[in-house]
Ligand binder design. Sequence first.
Ligand code: AMP
Ligand code: MG
Length: 326
Amino acid sequence: MGAVRGASEAGAIAQAAGILRSGGLVAFPTETVYGLGADATDDRAVARVFEAKNRPEFNPLIVHVPGADEARLLVEWTGEAQSLAERFWPGPLSLVLPRLPDCPVSRLAGAGLPTLAVRAPRGGTATRLLEETGRPVAAPSANPAGAVSPTRAEHVLDALGEAVDLVLDDGPCAVGIESTVVDLCGERPALLRPGGVPTEEIEALVGPLAIPGDTDAPRSPGRLASHYAPALPLRIDAGGPGPGEALLSFGPVAPPGAAVERNLSPSGDPVEAAAHLFAALHELDRSGCSGIVAMPVPEAGLGRAIMDRLRRAAAPRPLVDPPGRN
Ligand code: AMP
Ligand code: MG
Protein backbone atom coordinates (compact mmCIF):
# COMPACT_ATOMS: atom_id res chain seq x y z
CA MET A 1 0.00 0.00 0.00
CA GLY A 2 1.24 3.48 -0.74
CA ALA A 3 0.12 7.00 -1.42
CA VAL A 4 0.81 8.55 -4.77
CA ARG A 5 1.04 12.31 -4.66
CA GLY A 6 0.36 14.55 -7.62
CA ALA A 7 -2.45 12.29 -8.73
CA SER A 8 -2.95 14.41 -11.82
CA GLU A 9 0.17 12.82 -13.29
CA ALA A 10 -0.61 10.31 -16.00
CA GLY A 11 1.67 7.66 -14.44
CA ALA A 12 -0.23 7.67 -11.15
CA ILE A 13 -3.60 7.28 -12.87
CA ALA A 14 -2.30 4.44 -15.05
CA GLN A 15 -0.91 2.65 -12.00
CA ALA A 16 -4.18 3.04 -10.10
CA ALA A 17 -6.24 1.85 -13.08
CA GLY A 18 -4.00 -1.21 -13.39
CA ILE A 19 -4.54 -2.06 -9.71
CA LEU A 20 -8.32 -1.72 -10.10
CA ARG A 21 -8.36 -3.92 -13.20
CA SER A 22 -6.46 -6.64 -11.39
CA GLY A 23 -8.88 -6.76 -8.45
CA GLY A 24 -7.12 -4.34 -6.07
CA LEU A 25 -8.50 -1.49 -3.99
CA VAL A 26 -7.68 2.14 -4.80
CA ALA A 27 -8.75 5.09 -2.66
CA PHE A 28 -9.32 8.08 -4.90
CA PRO A 29 -10.50 11.65 -4.50
CA THR A 30 -13.88 12.82 -5.74
CA GLU A 31 -15.56 16.15 -5.12
CA THR A 32 -17.57 14.59 -2.26
CA VAL A 33 -15.17 12.47 -0.19
CA TYR A 34 -12.36 10.00 -0.89
CA GLY A 35 -13.86 6.80 -2.23
CA LEU A 36 -12.64 3.25 -1.69
CA GLY A 37 -12.79 1.95 -5.24
CA ALA A 38 -12.98 -1.57 -6.64
CA ASP A 39 -13.82 -2.98 -10.08
CA ALA A 40 -17.62 -3.17 -9.76
CA THR A 41 -17.75 -6.20 -12.06
CA ASP A 42 -15.45 -8.25 -9.80
CA ASP A 43 -17.29 -9.98 -6.91
CA ARG A 44 -14.12 -10.64 -5.00
CA ALA A 45 -12.78 -7.07 -5.29
CA VAL A 46 -16.18 -5.78 -4.12
CA ALA A 47 -16.12 -8.18 -1.17
CA ARG A 48 -12.73 -6.75 -0.21
CA VAL A 49 -14.33 -3.29 0.00
CA PHE A 50 -16.88 -4.53 2.57
CA GLU A 51 -14.09 -6.27 4.47
CA ALA A 52 -11.76 -3.24 4.46
CA LYS A 53 -14.56 -1.01 5.76
CA ASN A 54 -15.73 -3.65 8.23
CA ARG A 55 -19.31 -2.90 7.20
CA PRO A 56 -21.65 -4.82 9.51
CA GLU A 57 -24.06 -5.40 6.64
CA PHE A 58 -23.99 -5.25 2.86
CA ASN A 59 -25.35 -1.81 2.08
CA PRO A 60 -25.43 -1.34 -1.66
CA LEU A 61 -22.47 0.59 -3.08
CA ILE A 62 -22.68 3.48 -5.51
CA VAL A 63 -21.21 2.58 -8.89
CA HIS A 64 -19.05 5.29 -10.45
CA VAL A 65 -18.85 5.91 -14.20
CA PRO A 66 -17.29 8.69 -16.31
CA GLY A 67 -20.69 9.85 -17.61
CA ALA A 68 -24.20 9.06 -18.84
CA ASP A 69 -22.98 7.02 -21.84
CA GLU A 70 -21.40 4.47 -19.51
CA ALA A 71 -24.35 4.54 -17.05
CA ARG A 72 -26.70 3.58 -19.87
CA LEU A 73 -24.84 0.27 -20.23
CA LEU A 74 -25.72 -0.67 -16.64
CA VAL A 75 -29.24 0.58 -15.84
CA GLU A 76 -32.58 1.30 -17.51
CA TRP A 77 -31.98 4.93 -18.42
CA THR A 78 -35.02 7.22 -18.39
CA GLY A 79 -35.85 10.74 -19.56
CA GLU A 80 -35.65 11.95 -15.96
CA ALA A 81 -32.25 10.35 -15.55
CA GLN A 82 -31.09 12.05 -18.73
CA SER A 83 -32.21 15.52 -17.66
CA LEU A 84 -30.75 15.14 -14.17
CA ALA A 85 -27.45 13.86 -15.58
CA GLU A 86 -27.28 16.67 -18.13
CA ARG A 87 -27.77 19.23 -15.38
CA PHE A 88 -25.76 17.74 -12.49
CA TRP A 89 -23.18 15.30 -13.90
CA PRO A 90 -20.35 15.15 -13.32
CA GLY A 91 -21.37 16.02 -9.79
CA PRO A 92 -22.62 14.87 -6.36
CA LEU A 93 -25.87 13.21 -7.47
CA SER A 94 -26.44 9.44 -7.44
CA LEU A 95 -29.36 8.00 -9.38
CA VAL A 96 -31.03 4.71 -8.44
CA LEU A 97 -32.41 2.88 -11.49
CA PRO A 98 -33.35 -0.72 -12.40
CA ARG A 99 -30.38 -2.88 -13.44
CA LEU A 100 -30.35 -3.95 -17.06
CA PRO A 101 -30.77 -7.73 -17.51
CA ASP A 102 -27.18 -7.98 -18.80
CA CYS A 103 -25.74 -5.52 -16.28
CA PRO A 104 -22.16 -6.65 -15.63
CA VAL A 105 -22.00 -5.19 -12.12
CA SER A 106 -21.46 -7.65 -9.25
CA ARG A 107 -24.68 -8.59 -7.43
CA LEU A 108 -22.82 -8.00 -4.19
CA ALA A 109 -22.08 -4.38 -5.15
CA GLY A 110 -25.84 -3.84 -5.43
CA ALA A 111 -26.46 -5.85 -2.24
CA GLY A 112 -28.62 -8.24 -4.23
CA LEU A 113 -31.14 -5.54 -5.17
CA PRO A 114 -32.73 -5.31 -8.63
CA THR A 115 -31.63 -1.65 -8.73
CA LEU A 116 -28.30 0.14 -8.85
CA ALA A 117 -27.10 3.58 -7.77
CA VAL A 118 -24.90 5.22 -10.43
CA ARG A 119 -22.97 8.46 -10.38
CA ALA A 120 -20.43 10.38 -12.44
CA PRO A 121 -18.12 12.15 -9.96
CA ARG A 122 -16.60 15.56 -10.66
CA GLY A 123 -12.90 16.28 -10.44
CA GLY A 124 -10.22 15.53 -12.98
CA THR A 125 -8.58 12.70 -11.06
CA ALA A 126 -11.77 10.68 -10.57
CA THR A 127 -12.89 11.09 -14.17
CA ARG A 128 -9.50 10.21 -15.61
CA LEU A 129 -9.22 7.19 -13.34
CA LEU A 130 -12.65 5.92 -14.40
CA GLU A 131 -11.87 6.47 -18.09
CA GLU A 132 -8.50 4.76 -17.84
CA THR A 133 -9.93 1.82 -15.86
CA GLY A 134 -12.62 1.30 -18.48
CA ARG A 135 -14.91 -0.47 -16.00
CA PRO A 136 -17.56 0.72 -13.56
CA VAL A 137 -16.01 1.33 -10.13
CA ALA A 138 -17.91 0.60 -6.92
CA ALA A 139 -16.85 3.05 -4.25
CA PRO A 140 -18.24 3.86 -0.81
CA SER A 141 -16.45 6.41 1.34
CA ALA A 142 -12.92 5.26 2.22
CA ASN A 143 -13.40 5.00 5.97
CA PRO A 144 -14.20 2.22 8.44
CA ALA A 145 -17.97 1.76 8.85
CA GLY A 146 -19.40 4.24 11.30
CA ALA A 147 -16.37 6.55 11.23
CA VAL A 148 -16.14 10.02 9.75
CA SER A 149 -15.77 10.21 5.96
CA PRO A 150 -12.30 11.07 4.64
CA THR A 151 -11.76 14.31 2.77
CA ARG A 152 -7.94 14.08 2.61
CA ALA A 153 -5.60 11.27 1.61
CA GLU A 154 -4.11 11.27 5.12
CA HIS A 155 -7.51 10.37 6.57
CA VAL A 156 -7.59 7.27 4.38
CA LEU A 157 -4.03 6.27 5.22
CA ASP A 158 -4.66 6.71 8.95
CA ALA A 159 -7.93 4.80 9.02
CA LEU A 160 -7.61 2.04 6.43
CA GLY A 161 -3.86 1.62 6.21
CA GLU A 162 -2.82 -1.74 4.84
CA ALA A 163 -6.30 -2.62 3.56
CA VAL A 164 -5.85 -0.31 0.56
CA ASP A 165 -3.43 -1.06 -2.28
CA LEU A 166 -3.00 2.58 -3.30
CA VAL A 167 -4.23 6.00 -2.25
CA LEU A 168 -4.36 8.65 -4.96
CA ASP A 169 -3.64 11.93 -3.20
CA ASP A 170 -5.09 15.00 -4.85
CA GLY A 171 -5.53 17.24 -1.83
CA PRO A 172 -8.75 18.05 0.00
CA CYS A 173 -12.18 17.28 -1.52
CA ALA A 174 -14.12 20.25 -2.87
CA VAL A 175 -17.59 19.32 -1.60
CA GLY A 176 -16.76 17.13 1.38
CA ILE A 177 -20.27 15.75 1.87
CA GLU A 178 -21.67 12.65 0.21
CA SER A 179 -23.81 12.70 -2.90
CA THR A 180 -27.54 13.26 -2.93
CA VAL A 181 -29.25 9.92 -3.69
CA VAL A 182 -32.43 10.04 -5.80
CA ASP A 183 -34.46 6.94 -6.58
CA LEU A 184 -35.99 7.03 -10.07
CA CYS A 185 -37.61 3.58 -9.93
CA GLY A 186 -40.97 4.59 -8.49
CA GLU A 187 -43.91 6.59 -9.84
CA ARG A 188 -42.17 9.79 -8.87
CA PRO A 189 -38.57 10.52 -7.94
CA ALA A 190 -37.76 9.97 -4.27
CA LEU A 191 -35.04 11.42 -2.09
CA LEU A 192 -33.14 8.59 -0.38
CA ARG A 193 -30.35 10.75 1.02
CA PRO A 194 -29.78 14.49 1.06
CA GLY A 195 -26.28 15.41 -0.08
CA GLY A 196 -24.06 17.54 -2.27
CA VAL A 197 -26.76 18.69 -4.74
CA PRO A 198 -29.47 20.69 -2.94
CA THR A 199 -32.94 19.12 -3.08
CA GLU A 200 -34.49 22.35 -4.37
CA GLU A 201 -32.29 22.30 -7.48
CA ILE A 202 -33.39 18.75 -8.25
CA GLU A 203 -37.06 19.56 -7.65
CA ALA A 204 -36.78 22.53 -10.00
CA LEU A 205 -36.06 20.01 -12.74
CA VAL A 206 -38.21 16.95 -11.93
CA GLY A 207 -40.87 18.27 -9.54
CA PRO A 208 -41.41 17.50 -5.84
CA LEU A 209 -39.39 14.59 -4.51
CA ALA A 210 -41.16 11.91 -2.51
CA ILE A 211 -39.65 11.19 0.88
CA PRO A 212 -39.79 7.42 1.46
CA GLY A 213 -41.27 6.63 4.84
CA ASP A 214 -43.61 9.62 4.73
CA THR A 215 -46.39 8.00 2.83
CA ASP A 216 -45.32 4.47 2.10
CA ALA A 217 -42.94 1.81 3.36
CA PRO A 218 -39.25 2.70 3.44
CA ARG A 219 -37.61 2.21 0.10
CA SER A 220 -34.01 2.27 1.25
CA PRO A 221 -32.50 -1.14 1.73
CA GLY A 222 -31.59 -2.44 5.12
CA ARG A 223 -34.54 -0.90 6.95
CA LEU A 224 -36.81 -3.90 6.63
CA ALA A 225 -36.39 -7.04 8.70
CA SER A 226 -37.23 -9.15 5.66
CA HIS A 227 -35.22 -7.99 2.70
CA TYR A 228 -32.79 -9.35 0.14
CA ALA A 229 -34.90 -12.48 0.44
CA PRO A 230 -34.97 -15.16 -2.24
CA ALA A 231 -38.34 -16.36 -3.49
CA LEU A 232 -37.83 -19.77 -1.83
CA PRO A 233 -38.14 -20.06 1.95
CA LEU A 234 -34.73 -19.96 3.61
CA ARG A 235 -33.70 -21.23 7.01
CA ILE A 236 -30.37 -21.20 8.78
CA ASP A 237 -29.51 -24.63 10.15
CA ALA A 238 -26.17 -26.28 10.81
CA GLY A 239 -27.97 -29.63 10.79
CA GLY A 240 -28.33 -29.72 7.04
CA PRO A 241 -31.03 -30.13 4.42
CA GLY A 242 -34.31 -32.04 4.51
CA PRO A 243 -35.70 -33.85 1.44
CA GLY A 244 -35.85 -31.63 -1.64
CA GLU A 245 -34.01 -28.75 -0.02
CA ALA A 246 -31.05 -26.91 -1.50
CA LEU A 247 -27.96 -26.33 0.63
CA LEU A 248 -25.95 -23.14 0.88
CA SER A 249 -22.80 -24.49 2.45
CA PHE A 250 -19.61 -22.96 3.84
CA GLY A 251 -16.26 -24.54 4.61
CA PRO A 252 -14.76 -27.96 3.87
CA VAL A 253 -17.33 -30.11 5.70
CA ALA A 254 -20.95 -29.85 4.55
CA PRO A 255 -23.86 -32.00 5.77
CA PRO A 256 -24.93 -34.58 3.18
CA GLY A 257 -28.28 -35.07 1.46
CA ALA A 258 -28.77 -31.79 -0.41
CA ALA A 259 -30.72 -31.91 -3.67
CA VAL A 260 -28.51 -29.06 -4.93
CA GLU A 261 -25.52 -27.49 -3.17
CA ARG A 262 -23.60 -24.25 -3.59
CA ASN A 263 -20.53 -23.81 -1.39
CA LEU A 264 -19.77 -20.16 -0.58
CA SER A 265 -16.15 -20.98 0.20
CA PRO A 266 -14.84 -24.55 0.48
CA SER A 267 -11.77 -23.20 2.31
CA GLY A 268 -13.91 -21.28 4.82
CA ASP A 269 -12.77 -17.82 3.70
CA PRO A 270 -15.41 -15.17 4.56
CA VAL A 271 -14.15 -12.78 1.86
CA GLU A 272 -14.64 -15.43 -0.82
CA ALA A 273 -18.00 -16.34 0.75
CA ALA A 274 -19.21 -12.73 0.63
CA ALA A 275 -18.18 -12.48 -3.00
CA HIS A 276 -20.32 -15.51 -3.87
CA LEU A 277 -23.30 -14.96 -1.55
CA PHE A 278 -25.81 -13.12 -3.74
CA ALA A 279 -24.96 -15.01 -6.91
CA ALA A 280 -25.36 -18.33 -5.02
CA LEU A 281 -28.74 -17.29 -3.60
CA HIS A 282 -29.92 -16.38 -7.10
CA GLU A 283 -28.83 -19.77 -8.43
CA LEU A 284 -30.41 -21.80 -5.60
CA ASP A 285 -33.60 -19.80 -5.97
CA ARG A 286 -33.86 -21.16 -9.53
CA SER A 287 -32.85 -24.71 -8.62
CA GLY A 288 -36.37 -26.10 -8.48
CA CYS A 289 -35.90 -27.12 -4.82
CA SER A 290 -38.57 -26.61 -2.15
CA GLY A 291 -36.43 -24.37 0.05
CA ILE A 292 -32.92 -23.33 0.95
CA VAL A 293 -30.97 -24.34 4.06
CA ALA A 294 -28.02 -22.12 4.84
CA MET A 295 -25.15 -23.27 7.04
CA PRO A 296 -24.22 -20.59 9.56
CA VAL A 297 -20.98 -18.73 8.91
CA PRO A 298 -18.70 -17.72 11.82
CA GLU A 299 -19.54 -14.14 12.80
CA ALA A 300 -16.13 -12.56 12.37
CA GLY A 301 -15.01 -10.14 9.66
CA LEU A 302 -17.34 -10.33 6.67
CA GLY A 303 -19.05 -13.29 8.37
CA ARG A 304 -21.14 -10.79 10.36
CA ALA A 305 -22.42 -9.13 7.20
CA ILE A 306 -23.14 -12.53 5.63
CA MET A 307 -25.14 -13.62 8.69
CA ASP A 308 -26.98 -10.26 8.73
CA ARG A 309 -28.14 -10.87 5.17
CA LEU A 310 -28.99 -14.54 5.78
CA ARG A 311 -31.10 -13.59 8.81
CA ARG A 312 -33.00 -11.03 6.74
CA ALA A 313 -33.49 -13.62 4.03
CA ALA A 314 -34.82 -16.05 6.69
CA ALA A 315 -37.06 -13.52 8.49
CA PRO A 316 -40.86 -13.90 8.23
CA ARG A 317 -42.02 -12.29 4.99
CA PRO A 318 -44.58 -9.49 4.92
CA LEU A 319 -47.96 -10.72 3.62
CA VAL A 320 -47.99 -8.01 0.96
CA ASP A 321 -44.78 -6.57 -0.41
CA PRO A 322 -44.47 -2.89 0.46
CA PRO A 323 -43.98 -0.57 -2.50
CA GLY A 324 -40.42 -0.35 -3.72
CA ARG A 325 -39.35 -3.64 -2.23
CA ASN A 326 -39.48 -5.56 -5.53
P1 AMP B 1 -22.22 5.19 0.75
O1 AMP B 1 -21.62 4.11 -0.09
O2 AMP B 1 -21.79 5.13 2.17
O3 AMP B 1 -22.05 6.55 0.12
O4 AMP B 1 -23.77 4.92 0.79
C1 AMP B 1 -24.47 4.71 -0.39
C2 AMP B 1 -25.89 5.17 -0.21
O5 AMP B 1 -26.60 4.94 -1.41
C3 AMP B 1 -26.59 4.41 0.89
O6 AMP B 1 -27.42 5.29 1.61
C4 AMP B 1 -27.42 3.39 0.13
O7 AMP B 1 -28.54 2.96 0.83
C5 AMP B 1 -27.75 4.16 -1.15
N1 AMP B 1 -27.92 3.23 -2.25
C6 AMP B 1 -26.97 2.68 -3.01
N2 AMP B 1 -27.51 1.81 -3.90
C7 AMP B 1 -28.84 1.85 -3.71
C8 AMP B 1 -29.95 1.19 -4.30
N3 AMP B 1 -29.80 0.30 -5.28
N4 AMP B 1 -31.19 1.48 -3.83
C9 AMP B 1 -31.36 2.37 -2.85
N5 AMP B 1 -30.35 3.03 -2.23
C10 AMP B 1 -29.11 2.78 -2.65
MG1 MG C 1 -20.07 6.32 3.91
